[in-house]
Design a protein around this ligand. Structure first.
Ligand code: ATP
Ligand code: 3PG
Length: 403
């Protein structure tokens, strides 16, 4: 159970500083709407409707990257979800920001500029150091309360996440609450029946680390994606190698092959690997090959095959809890969506407790017409979800608990 205060504990008529995670895909300079806006809108609407003055902070991208852009577009997208005006000021804690904050009326909402455009935000330092920064010291006196709703960024010891709770009474927002509870379930709940984890995606190093830590908690691992191919490579199959200018396998193999080999040796009976794989056939359609018949080492494999899906589905149906981290194939291309969608559909058909994590993977739910309500929880967190699965604490959550 969480031990932090929530919006239920907030006094009325407060000047509230709220940290959201609106970090989003940016395509050709356009910020893409996504589940994060919809989820955070719930917290923001609740605060505005209660009559608080609501000032929002969030980050976008990392300095130097193409998606490191202003939050101006985020304000418009958020406004649509909140169904209220969201003002924007292109400043974090300077005179313009302070003026905009001070002129806010009850029930109004203001979004400040990308926190990572402020020098004090990023270097990961102790919360006490972050609390001493100019950024925190300038803003905190303008508020009565701080709300952290950014569960998906709570693993970062950045000023906007850990500095303010040392200066202001701190509360968890609604997203923080629900994400915390669902994502910590692997670590905090006891399940009577089978616990299954679907492991895929491109960040093999992260998920292999999780597998290494969760062998006692998880009964069955169903593998696909890049991690799945690396396990097949360790088992002696001619897959899991970078082809042409790919950069997915070889480095991750170097980093992880010893862990993979020991996992296969010690926990092989808990780990299910693909029997067949899909690739782009000569006519451009989906083609499949059984592992026994693999001849070509040089071709990219983009999904698990039909036999594998048929073998994974009953495992899901027999599970009491299923946790998903990563897609089983390149589902954004419909030809290679069968594995990911097959597994998600099987989860949606059962009554099991389920959490689907990872920003990319969870996109498959709406892309292929599945109903989010048929899943226990669809997380908007990536790195924080990975940490929560293994029971590692998140510094942003710790600060709420300390407060
Ligand atoms: N065989 C494959 N070849 C290429 N890409 C693949 C393959 N299998 C899965 N993927 C890709 O993996 C991506 C999802 O993996 P990722 O590791 O980014 O996970 P995530 O947990 O969903 O996201 P995040 O951690 O970024 O929130 C999907 O976009 C999918 O296209
Ligand atoms: O999108 C995310 O996963 C979070 O916002 C954290 O972003 P970061 O990895 O750039 O800190």
């Amino acid at each position: 159970m969480s031990t932090f205060k929530t919006l239920d504990d907030l006094d009325s008529d407060q000047r509230v500083l709220v940290r959201l995670d609106l970090n989003s895909p940016v395509e050709g300079g356009e910020v893409q709407d996504n589940r994060r806006f919809e989820r955070h809108a719930e917290t923001v609407r609740e605060l505005a409707e209660a009559g608080h003055r609501v000032v929002l902070m969030a980050h976008q991208g990392r300095p130097g990257d193409d998606d490191f852009v202003s939050l101006e577009q985020h304000a418009d997208i958020l406004a649509e979800h909140v169904d209220r005006d969201v003002q924007f000021v292109a400043d974090t804690y300077g005179d313009d920001a302070i003026e905009a904050i001070e002129s806010l009326e009850s029930g109004e909402i203001l979004l400040l500029e990308n926190t990572r455009m402020c020098d004090d935000e990023l270097p990961e330092e102790e919360p006490e150091e972050k609390a001493e920064t100019e950024f925190v010291q300038a803003l905190a006196p303008l508020f009565d309360a701080y709300v952290n709703d950014a569960y998906s960024a709570a693993h970062r010891s950045h000023a906007s996440l850990v500095g303010f709770p040392l200066e202001l009474p701190a509360y968890a927002g609604r997203v923080m609450q629900t994400e915390y509870e669902a994502n910590s379930a692997m670590a905090t709940r006891e399940f009577d029946g089978q616990v299954t984890m679907v492991v895929g995606g491109t960040k093999a190093t992260d998920v292999i680390d999780v597998m290494n830590n969760l062998g006692e908690k998880v009964d069955r691992f169903l593998l696909g994606g890049i991690a799945g191919e690396l396990f097949l490579r360790a088992a002696g199959h001619d897959v899991g190698f970078d082809v042409d200018d790919m950069d997915l396998f070889d480095d991750q193999w170097e980093e992880n092959h010893e862990t993979i080999e020991s996992l296969i040796e010690e926990r092989g009976d808990q780990i299910s690997l693909a029997d067949d794989l899909a690739y782009e056939g000569p006519e451009g359609g989906r083609a499949e090959v059984n592992l026994e018949d693999l001849e070509e080492k040089d071709r990219p494999y983009l999904d698990v095959g039909a036999d594998t899906i048929e073998a994974y589905e009953p495992v899901i149906h027999d599970s009491e809890a299923v946790f998903v981290k990563g897609a089983l194939g390149l589902f954004e291309d419909e030809r290679f969506s069968n594995g990911t969608v097959g597994v998600l559909r099987a989860i949606s058909e059962t009554e099991c407790f389920s959490v689907v994590g990872g920003g990319d993977t969870s996109r498959a739910i709406e892309m292929y017409g599945l109903d989010e309500d048929d899943f226990g929880h669809v997380s908007i967190a990536g790195g924080a979800y990975i940490r929560a699965l293994t029971g590692a604490s998140l510094v942003g959550v710790e600060m709420l608990e300390r407060n």
